[in-house]
Design a protein around this ligand. Structure first.
Ligand SMILES: [Zn+2]
Length: 374
């Protein structure tokens, strides 16, 4: 079945291929050829061109040998920094970096699991539904790869992103949508000592508005934050401009809209009251994940976990992942825990047992998906 030495070797190979966001070219080459050797048809989409990166997203397809709906697996190819020149260390059943870089198990542990599962499917000639594989670029810089994914090529109605915290069996079925906002507050410049009464101070206008906002945790499923404030030209000029950046997140689209309206209205009212003007630009960064515990994509993951003797834990997250984009674009998608630890730090590590269990879990999901009807 799953071959521990083989998946470990494959994982160690991949973490040594540098793939910081935007520079996934070498990993793209490696993965394309591995997927082709496993019998998949491989397509690289135009995301690399759109994002001016080295590589686009990989979309690969394995024909099924039984009649069942396709199932999709996704992981991201890019890593955060410091991610160049990773030298993995294998010790006491764990893989870690040598301490001066991240490991890149986020998300190469996910990729390794998918590849190993496909390898086992092939060598054992197992029954399987069509399997669609998506390896994205630039996930770590705002889900940019999945946002530019050519969704008209995606044939699956459901799937799994292998990129969540926690143990194998952790199934993320809820995650918030996020709006980002950029608020440009405009005042009027004047000399601070000679004629300040002719000016309108944009920083004061912004401060007035911010002080009237409710920020932080709004309720158990909603948060709001002012992240940066920049403004002013010089000590002796009444500030004529102030730029404010912030965000709002909620598991409920209605609440997200309410918080966003609160921000827009508060700024407009308070800034105007102080004689300034403002322009609020809101961008939806990603939609929410809201899966029902009874729907097939969740049930298959639960059944597969239990089939391996693992506890299936349905959870929610406060963060975003490629799964948010898939759900937003109509592919029902859960994010699965892969056992990676201390990600985005130079102390990142993963247990070899978890690498193996990931592959076993994916294999089991493929098996269960083959018995599921649309
Ligand atoms: Zn990740």
């Amino acid at each position: 079945m799953v071959n521990e030495n083989r998946i470990l070797e494959s994982f160690l190979n991949m973490v040594q291929i540098d793939s910081v966001s935007g520079q996934e070219g070498n990993l793209r080459n490696y993965l394309s050829s591995r997927l082709e050797n496993l019998g998949l048809t491989v397509y690289e989409d135009g995301a690399g061109v759109a994002l001016q990166g080295e590589a686009g997203n990989i979309i690969a397809w394995l024909e099924g040998n039984i009649s069942a709906p396709p199932v999709l697996f996704c992981a991201h190819m890019d890593t955060v920094v410091p991610g160049v020149g990773v030298r993995p260390v294998v010790e006491d059943g764990l893989v870690r970096s040598s301490g001066d870089t991240i490991l890149g198990g986020d998300d190469k542990a996910g990729i390794a699991g998918i590849l190993e599962a496909l390898q086992v499917v092939k060598e054992q000639g197992l029954d399987h539904p069509p399997v669609e594989v998506v390896f994205t670029v630039s996930e770590e810089v705002g889900l940019m790869g999945s946002k530019h994914l050519e969704f008209d090529r995606i044939r699956s109605k459901w799937g799994y992103v292998l990129d969540a915290d926690g143990q194998i069996g952790n199934i993320v079925i809820e995650g918030p949508a996020q709006n980002e906002f950029e608020i440009r507050v405009q005042g009027k410049a004047a000399h601070a000592g000679i004629n300040p009464e002719e000016g309108v101070n944009a920083i004061v206008c912004a401060a007035h508005a911010i002080d009237s906002l409710t920020v932080g945790r709004i309720d158990e499923e909603t948060t709001c934050n002012i992240g940066t404030v920049q403004g002013g030209r010089a000590r002796n000029i009444v500030a004529d401009e102030c730029l404010v950046h912030g965000e709002a997140r909620s598991h409920s689209p209605a609440k997200l809209e309410r918080v966003t309206d609160h921000i827009i209205n508060t700024f407009e009212e308070k800034v105007t009251a102080k004689g300034g003007r403002c322009h609020v630009q809101v961008t939806l960064l990603y939609g929410e994940i809201k899966l029902d515990k009874d729907e097939p994509v969740v049930q298959m993951a639960v059944q597969a976990a239990e089939g391996l003797g693992k506890e299936a834990v349905l959870t929610r997250t406060g963060g975003g992942s490629d799964a948010n984009i898939f759900n937003q674009r109509g592919v029902r998608c859960a994010n699965l825990g892969i056992g990676m630890k201390k990600v985005h730090t130079v102390e990142e590590y993963i247990a070899i047992k978890d690498l193996v269990d990931n592959a076993r879990y994916i294999l089991k999901i493929i098996e269960v998906a083959g018995q599921t009807r649309a």
